[in-house]
Ligand binder design. Sequence first.
Ligand code: KIV
Length: 277
Amino acid sequence: MDRKKVTIADLQEKKKTGEKITMMTAYDYTTGILVDQAEIDTILVGDSLGMVMLGYDSTVPVTMDDMIHHCKAVCRGAKYSFIIGDMPFMSYQVSIEKAVENAGRFIKKAGCDSVKLEGGSEMAHVVKAIVDAGVPVCAHIGLTPQTATKLSGFKVQGKDAESAKELLKSARDLEEAGAFCIVMECIPDLLAAKITRELNIPTIGIGAGKDCDGQVLVYHDLVGLFERFTPKFVKQYINLAPMIREALIQFREDVETGAFPGPEHSFAMKEEEAKKL
Ligand code: KIV
């Protein structure tokens, strides 16, 4: 069967039928191709690239130019997955005009299908303005890494009834504002299940239990490429870092001992031509 590009209507249909939605981060061309080939529904070019690709301690320093650069690469690789570009810290908070302009850059310059931004009810007017301008928005509530300092660290959110009610209200407000889906990070599974039941748009969980409409993980966590820390909610499917390190050590040893390159990696020249040198 011919593969078709995933659309918002496809994601909405999955919510309706109960078929789970998949989302994976990618930050470069090669990974974009792999995630696309795995038939993952949506690719998030997350600002988590600040930590796993650029070596920052948080996502806060990531710029619009960083995001556009990586989004362009992913968009060149992925042809079928629905691509979401993550708006970096302070690219959508300063003014509505700036937020709409920056959202537009993800679509026009990078080739993304939509954008994601962090925040609850207080960001609903920004979501509405971007959606009204014609750019689909994925919302992100719960643990919002760009404002982790304000939340007093990387902690599970909505653990008591009062803060859980606030998150539920945020989810409703963001849906009302026109978000096409909502990422919920690090919230109790019972709260995530309630929000998922109450909303008409798909919910995508990361550390939010199994009852969300879909799940997202950071690619580097899933394949074991990021060794600085691993959050509790991560399932690591392969541990690539030690394998890559071992291959690099073997390369170094082969070069040092002369085992590489062998004749099979070298280009021959006719002896009579060599004699003329
Ligand atoms: O930046 C990112 O990768 C994210 C996911 C963790 C949802 O926001």
